[in-house]
Design a protein around this ligand. Structure first.
Ligand SMILES: [Zn+2]
Length: 357
């Protein structure tokens, strides 16, 4: 990305001789000189009326008003140029490397630019554009690893972190598939059916006899029952797959996950969201939303009751004991959701109705 541009830039800079000079001569008068030309000094400008200063700065081409706000004319020139450059950029990106998903030279960087344009302009189309690039980068990166690992047929979208193909919701594939199935991600039907669904089914087949899931594809030990590793994370993927593909098997397996969490989900690791009792309690609330079965509301309430005796079970103290994902903030988040269970939402993971269009 950007290689052709830098070549063109070199041509602009001319031959060897001119390359000796590293910079252009700056044609602009410096601030003080510009002020003098305007007949203003820093001292008097404060006393002069705002209106008079504005017209003077405008006439003389000072790019900002007395109060530091950029003048309308300059704003318009910049806006016009941004529009023009964006068009050129979009055209140029058509031939950019589809596999470079980095922020530095790849698609994440482009997504960040659109996020910036949204921040500055509040124009929703920029936000959606940003999301498009992010989702696209996720799909391309999944396809690339799947091809490298020769799993295109079995698991068309494959992901790894620290060289491990994690399964869980925090660092793994079930969390990524869950996000790709969100209506807000606007993944097209064909990609959902031909890429996401078989990948989900691939993960489903890694299930242990107990109903729990491994932490990574290469791990055979049935030990962790956390949102980050195990059934409490995978259950969210299964529920979303049920909503999107309308196949009973997904709901059935989500219910099996719930049974595992009920039996093994009161964790010695503590009360947190990521690998604690609160995070596990959220799986019941979410399943209650889908099924309306009070059994799951009951389970959620009982896990909340366990959290009411915060600190009394001799649990391990997390590294960041008051944080949202490891500590006390997460337990409070869960308890507050129990107050209005029908609107509960796993923090930074479950998306709201407003996002569903
Ligand atoms: Zn965790």
């Amino acid at each position: 990305m950007g290689e052709t541009m830098s070549k063109r830039l070199k041509l602009h800079l001319g031959g060897e001789a001119e390359m000796e000079e590293r910079a252009f001569t700056n044609p602009f008068p410096d601030y003080e000189a510009a002020l003098a030309a305007a007949g203003l000094t820093t001292g008097t400008s404060e006393e002069s009326g705002c209106v008079r200063t504005q017209s003077t700065t405008d006439e003389l081409g000072l790019p900002f008003h007395h109060d530091g706000k950029i003048i309308h004319n300059f704003v318009r020139r910049i806006q016009t140029k941004i529009k023009d450059l964006l068009q050129q950029m979009e055209e140029g990106l058509k031939t950019a490397d589809p596999h470079d998903c980095s922020a530095y030279t790849g698609w994440t960087g482009i997504a960040l630019l659109y996020l910036q344009l949204y921040r500055v302009t509040c124009d929703q189309t920029y936000l959606l554009r940003s999301l498009d690039y992010v989702v696209n980068a996720i799909i391309v990166s999944g396809k690339t690893l799947s091809r490298e690992e020769r799993k295109t047929d079995r698991c068309p979208l494959l992901y790894q972190w620290h060289r491990k193909q994690y399964v869980g919701a925090a660092h793994g594939m079930s969390g990524i598939y869950y996000m790709l199935m969100q209506p807000a991600a606007k993944v097209d039907q064909e990609t959902l059916i031909e890429m996401v669904k078989p990948s989900i089914d691939y993960v489903r087949h890694k299930k242990f006899r107990s109903g729990n899931y491994p932490s990574s594809l290469s791990n055979e030990t049935d030990r962790l029952v956390h949102w980050c590793h195990g059934a409490p994370g995978v259950i969210h993927m299964l529920m979303q797959a049920y909503k999107v593909f309308k196949e009973e098997k997904y709901l059935k397996e989500a219910m099996e996950c719930s049974d595992v969490i009920w039996h093994r989900g009161l964790l010695r690791k503590g009360y947190g969201i990521c690998h604690g009792t609160s995070g596990n309690g959220y799986s019941f609330l979410s399943l209650y939303h889908v099924t309306k079965d009070k059994k799951y509301l009951y389970r959620a309430c009982k896990f909340a009751e366990w959290c009411l005796d915060y600190g009394a079970h001799g649990c391990r103290i997390p590294d960041r004991p008051y944080s949202l994902f490891e500590g006390m903030a997460g337990a409070i988040h869960f308890l507050s959701d129990i107050l209005v269970p029908e609107t509960s939402r796993f923090p930074a993971f479950e998306l709201g109705i407003s996002q569903r269009n």
